[in-house]
Design a protein around this ligand. Structure first.
Ligand code: AQP
Length: 340
């Protein structure tokens, strides 16, 4: 079989399941912005169908979807350069998701650690959607034939599943139709941890607001949360090796490195030997300087929700020019009679 060449295309998404966190920004959005340019077509998505795998108040879901879109744009994603959509406006995501439900195997899905983490002890009461989420995520990516997906470290397993689904589909139907998508997990902050517990991921659904920096936090809130962030009593090391077994120290250094576009070694060369009492104000100042303009622009954009809705509608029309033919071709391969 001749090898298909795929257009270099980036797809990634974020759930509008709450306010954006610094983890979403550094692990995902900042890197979405970096990939926007001549090398790739870029498609960025508010994955509202994923958000409802756990209960969402409908009014909050609308607000959070618009706020997420505002966060994307305020961070530097340009709707003229990237396609910006909310998932439910592009029906081919869910349609391909169904095909992939029939390709993915129960055993594969049962190994997904995020389901186990999110369903917790009450898995019998979790929604079927939460269990099937990674198959829909594979469809989100592959309905664009996306070749690259920038994500945080926590999504690695779902990206491997995406490749497994693509490979099984191609194998079962004897085609070379879906690409083997490359995860792009790079930078100093692929896993930003909770400010209260350096072994737990910073998450928008953590019950403790002090555990995270929200993109909408004001300067006082950012400074207070960093001041109160859990640390240890030792001074900062001068080399990365000295951060081993110091999860909270490592987390704050990683955040500083990602916000200042430096490597961890560069940061430690500057701050090694300092106590947290001296380092935390430096980090707070940097975080406020970087996030302040973004949250101000988000607030301005949120004053014009109609404009955000127009951007999402225009994005979905552009997206469907890509997704409709790929879905149709998938249906043809599978054996679905086409309209005449
Ligand atoms: N703490 C994090 N560090 C680095 N990257 C992160 N991401 C999320 N948290 C961190 C990345 O952000 C993208 C979108 O994630 P999501 O919101 O769709 O889902 P999530 O990973 O489940 O994020 P949360 O904040 O933990 O959401 P809830 O609390 O609703 O479950 C992904 O690329 C993710 O890697």
């Amino acid at each position: 079989m001749t090898q298909t060449t795929f257009t270099p295309r980036v797809f990634s998404g974020i759930q509008p399941s709450g306010g954006l966190t610094l983890g979403n920004y550094l692990g995902a959005i900042k890197r979405f912005v970096d990939m926007q340019g001549p090398d790739f077509e870029t498609v960025y998505c508010m994955v509202d169908l994923h958000a409802i795998t756990v209960w969402q108040n409908p009014a909050d879901l609308i607000h959070n979807t618009r706020e997420l879109c505002a966060g994307f744009i305020a961070s530097g994603i340009d709707p003229a350069k990237s396609i910006l959509i909310n998932q439910s406006q592009v029906p081919e995501h869910a349609q391909l998701g169904w095909v992939f439900n029939c390709v993915a195997r129960m055993g594969w899905m049962q190994r997904m650690t995020q389901f186990k983490d999110k369903a917790g002890k009450n898995a019998q009461n979790a929604s079927l959607g939460l269990f099937g989420y990674p198959a829909l995520m594979a469809a989100d990516i592959l309905v664009y034939h996306a070749t690259h997906v920038p994500v945080g470290e926590d999504q690695k397993q779902h990206l491997e599943l995406t490749r497994d689904i693509a490979a099984k589909f191609n194998h079962d139907y004897g085609v070379d139709f879906f690409p083997m998508t490359e995860p792009v997990i790079e930078g100093a902050a692929t896993r930003v941890m909770s400010l209260r517990d350096g072994t737990k991921k910073m998450s928008k659904s953590d019950p403790s607001d002090a555990s995270r920096i929200n993109m909408t936090d004001d300067a006082d809130a950012i400074a207070r949360k960093i001041r109160k962030a859990k640390t240890d009593p030792d001074a900062l090391p001068s080399e990365a090796k000295g951060l081993e077994d110091r999860p909270e120290a490592r987390n704050l250094i990683n955040i500083y490195a990602a916000l200042s576009d430096q490597t961890v070694d560069q940061v430690l060369a500057e701050v090694g030997g300092k106590q947290f009492g001296a380092f935390k104000p430096m980090l707070a100042e940097l975080a406020v300087a970087k996030l302040g303009p973004i949250s101000a622009e988000m607030a301005r954009l949120m004053d014009e929700p109609d404009e955000i809705d127009r951007i999402l509608t225009a994005g979905s029309l552009r997206a469907r020019e890509i997704t409709a033919p790929i879905l149709r071709k998938t249906y043809d391969i599978v054996g679905m009679v086409a309209p005449v």
